[in-house]
Design a protein around this ligand. Structure first.
Ligand SMILES: CC(C)(COP(=O)(O)OP(=O)(O)OC[C@H]1O[C@@H](n2cnc3c(N)ncnc32)[C@H](O)[C@@H]1OP(=O)(O)O)[C@@H](O)C(=O)NCCC(=O)NCCS
Length: 174
């Protein structure tokens, strides 16, 4: 558990799923116009997803508190992956196990921003990524998140593409 001038940070457990879902819904609605009913459905789905992911341990999450009030969060997803040859290092054969980490759901309540809460949450996340032997830590950022991640030494990597799904009926498997 970490502390930052009265702010306490702790690991989230499956029973925290509703708090995490609430923060995810708030973060989403801050950045995208969404109807209240749609946001409610999103919240319910997220709560189930957080519960399952935390129970299955492929998601690690942290919550920041001011007293009893949850004021921020960050999550890390872990996925097994294949080895890469990095240009700057010679490759030594090993057991081949690699882990991809992805930063998800970073959010701090408006009135608590620019006080280092996200930085403190990310410090917990970095430590966990190190413990889990994460090979590559990546994220997709919002405009608001970009200065934070740049301050934390994330850099743009422009060779990624994202598949834009067509409606189900239009997919043909040939
Ligand atoms: C992005 C967000 C999580 C940052 O949280 P925060 O607690 O305010 O961030 P911190 O105070 O820890 O900032 C750490 C560093 O990041 C940079 N930074 C963070 N927010 C910034 C901003 N709005 N403008 C410029 N730099 C910023 C600064 O370098 C800052 O260090 P400094 O205050 O010593 O200059 C918060 O603005 C937020 O919740 N936004 C809405 C949700 C969102 O967009 N999340 C990112 C999803 S990808």
């Amino acid at each position: 558990m970490a502390t930052l001038a009265g702010i306490r940070i702790r690991r989230a457990e499956p029973h925290d799923a509703s708090i995490l879902a609430e923060m995810r819904a708030r973060s989403h609605s801050e950045r995208n116009p969404v109807a209240p009913a749609e946001l409610d459905r999103f919240r319910v789905t997220c709560e189930r997803a957080f519960f399952r992911a935390l129970s299955e341990s492929w998601l690690r999450a942290w919550l920041a508190y001011d007293g009893e009030r949850p004021i921020g969060t960050a999550s890390l997803t872990l996925a097994a992956t294949l080895p890469r040859v990095e240009c700057h290092a010679s490759f030594e054969p090993d057991d081949g196990a690699r882990v991809d980490g992805r930063v998800r759901n970073v959010f701090v309540e408006r009135t608590y921003r620019r006080r280092g809460v996200a930085r403190a949450l990310m410090a917990e996340l970095f430590a966990e990524a190190e413990r889990e032997g994460v090979d590559r830590l990546a994220l997709g950022t919002s405009q608001l998140g970009r200065p934070l991640y740049e301050a934390l030494d994330f850099v743009d990597k422009n060779d990624e593409m994202v598949y834009r799904r067509k409606p189900r009926s239009a997919i043909s498997l040939r």
